[in-house]
Design a protein around this ligand. Structure first.
Ligand SMILES: [Zn+2]
Length: 208
């Protein structure tokens, strides 16, 4: 084999390996998960939320319905609702949103609401107080057990990820979440995406 051909093959193999290690990045907009009780207060008894589109993670979807968030300093309208209903209402906003609203939510993994912030959630029909429900989602990667093997990481492991964009950033403190129900995706919010000058469709790479 001549050297040019060998070089070409090596280049292609490296490309394939890199592609296998690429993690698709999705940018999550502010959203709420509502409990069934809150759905009924905000939209009416026995109200069934309607699906706008499926999300990348199995069984998760965005609803056509929207809500308004009301804080001590400001209001954000047209906030997306993600289904299905949860055991407890959870509001996920960026630090920028938190400033606009005048609240100070902690950075947390989904579901870890102890000591989190409070806000009001409104529709045309009603207003509820979402006490201890507001977090800034901790950046994370969803992956299957097979992906975890490929990346040589485990559930709850904290990793660093280089996200390529107009101003490439290495994100530390990224939590790995492993489940056979998951699909490989890194979730960051708009503040993080803007910091890296990237959007949904960018790719991340676990480093170190
Ligand atoms: Zn996620």
């Amino acid at each position: 084999m001549n050297q040019t051909l060998v070089n070409e093959i090596v280049r292609k193999v490296v490309e394939v390996i890199k592609e296998r290690q690429a993690i698709p990045v999705e940018v999550s907009a502010r959203h709420v998960h509502l409990s069934q009780q809150h759905i009924e207060i905000l939209f009416g008894n026995d109200y069934k939320m309607t699906k706008k589109k499926d999300l990348s993670q199995l069984g998760q979807f965005q609803c056509n319905e929207r809500v308004t968030l009301i804080g001590p300093k400001g209001v954000i309208q047209g906030v997306a609702i993600l289904g299905p209903a949860r055991h407890k209402t959870q509001v996920e906003i960026s630090k920028t949103d938190a400033r606009v609203l005048g609240v100070d939510p902690p950075v947390r993994e989904s579901g870890q609401l102890d000591g989190s912030a409070s806000l009001y959630i409104a529709t045309e029909k009603a207003v509820i107080e979402a006490r201890g429900s507001v977090i800034v989602a901790k950046r994370h990667i969803h992956m299957t057990p097979e992906d975890a093997k490929n990346f040589n990481v485990h559930d709850k492991q904290i990793v660093s990820v280089r996200v390529k964009g107009d101003r490439t950033v290495v994100f530390e403190d990224v939590v790995v979440r492993v489940s056979s129900h998951f699909k490989l995706n890194m979730h960051i919010d708009f503040d993080e995406a803007n910091a890296a000058g990237c959007r949904t469709g960018a790719v991340g790479e676990i480093i170190g």
